[in-house]
Design a protein around this ligand. Structure first.
Ligand code: AMP
Length: 403
């Protein structure tokens, strides 16, 4: 693995690299699912995403002790944050009963774990019922680890956090990735570390301060960087343009100029929008008006990239060998201002390049347009994929055994 703030490439052992038969496996999943007030799971995709690894472990004859955090119970037992509904849902998918522990490292969990047989699955209670989880407390980690022989991490969405169940346990057990995490490393990781050129990065979203680290890091590898979304207006203002009431982070004016300078020095083509679709207020009930970027009247705000920019971005996407996209091109939640985001999504879907969506809102957009089957890889992590793209060392991956 290379160092902090570089292009990080991980080569880690996975669930198929070590024998699992007869082993008790502590499996860290991401079961932080959306639930309504009545405790109904409203989107089970995080549960279904865990099935390949669980089924493989069952087939191999392992006994599976699954665990996850769920919401923010602030380190104490709160019934509203129980993972019990997940155990019921998971049982349905597996066609076998998943035993729900009443606690995390307490007498019920340890007894169930000790009695668990090959091919059986149990689920620990919400790891965040203990404040020691987020503190990455070694004693708590050891108690979790003591229930098992092997640790398998399949919670990509949590690997940027050094918590007990994502990192601490790996100090006490042989630790490998599950299939979901492996797929993130193989796709997201490889696309950045060994891109087929030209490598085009597309960055959007609201705040430039959230993405500066990503732009800075991708600049080391990318041939082209396309900037859209709310963060483009900070660039225009820094260049002396008029941005009306568009989103702007005044604290970042110098940083974005520095970014443009660095791109020039590195020979990276950094493209900002040439035109922008504006509205008189932040609402879909407005009449979209197109202006040249940097020439927005005082009373208007930019909510999407304009038609000239769309064509220019499409042309770059069409030439690409690898495309990594994070952040919408505009306020895609408003249909009148979704054209830029939709056009980028469609262009990626039509491309023969390796196409990777770095989680969050761009992943939501691609799903909304029904294009997910046409994308090489859609990352399951929001914060984790951003930190991955930033080149930060992710503790939940770094702690796994090297291949
Ligand atoms: P982020 O979480 O930083 O990736 O930002 C995603 C959000 O940025 C989405 O909810 C978009 O509506 C918002 N966004 C994108 N472009 C703009 C814009 N021009 N003005 C305001 N918000 C925007």
């Amino acid at each position: 693995m290379s160092s902090q703030n570089d292009i990080v490439s991980y080569n880690k052992k996975s669930v198929t690299d070590i024998p699992m038969a007869g082993k008790k496996v502590l499996l860290r999943c991401d079961f932080n699912v959306p639930m309504d007030d009545a405790g109904n799971i409203t989107d089970e995709s995080r549960i279904t995403a865990s099935l390949p690894t669980i089924k493989y472990l069952i087939e191999q004859g392992a006994a599976i002790i699954a665990c996850s955090h769920f919401g923010r119970p602030d380190g104490e037992f709160k019934a509203d944050f129980s993972l019990a509904p997940v155990a019921v849902n998971l049982s349905g998918h597996l066609g076998q009963s998943v035993k729900m522990a009443k606690d995390v490292i307490g007498p019920d969990a340890t007894k169930l774990a000790a009695e668990l047989k090959a091919g059986e699955v149990m689920l620990l209670e919400n790891t965040r019922f203990h404040k020691e989880e987020e503190a990455n407390d070694p004693e708590f980690s050891k108690k979790l680890a003591d229930m098992a022989d092997v640790y398998v991490s399949d919670a990509f969405g949590s690997v940027h956090r050094a918590h007990s169940s994502t990192e601490g346990v790996a100090k006490f057990l042989p630790a490998v990735s599950g299939f979901l995490l492996k797929s993130e490393l193989d796709n997201l990781g490889k696309a950045i570390a060994e891109p087929i050129r030209p490598f085009v990065s597309i960055l959007g979203g609201s705040k430039v301060s959230d993405k500066l680290g990503v732009i800075k890091n991708l600049m080391k590898k990318a041939d082209v960087i396309l900037i859209g979304g709310g963060m483009a207006y900070t660039f225009f203002k820094a260049q002396g343009g008029s941005i009306g009431t568009s989103l702007c982070e005044d604290s970042q004016l110098e940083a974005v100029l520095e970014m443009e300078k660095e791109a020039k020095e590195r020979g990276v083509k950094l493209l900002l929008p040439k035109d922008t679709v504006t509205a008189s207020e932040f609402s879909n009930d407005t009449e979209p008006v197109v202006y040249a970027a940097g020439e927005i009247p005082d009373n208007m705000m930019g909510l999407d990239i304009g038609p000239i920019t769309i064509e220019e971005f499409k042309a770059e996407i069409a030439k690409a060998g690898t495309i990594v996209w994070n952040g919408p091109m505009g306020v895609f939640e408003f249909p009148k201002y979704a054209e830029g985001t939709r056009a980028v999504a469609n262009a990626m879907a039509d491309s023969d390049a390796v196409t990777v969506i770095g989680g969050g809102d761009s992943a939501a957009a691609v799903r909304q347009y029904g294009l997910e089957e046409k994308i090489t890889h859609i990352s399951t992590g929001g914060g984790a994929s951003l930190e991955f793209l930033e080149g930060k060392v992710l503790p939940g991956i770094a702690c796994l055994l090297d291949a």
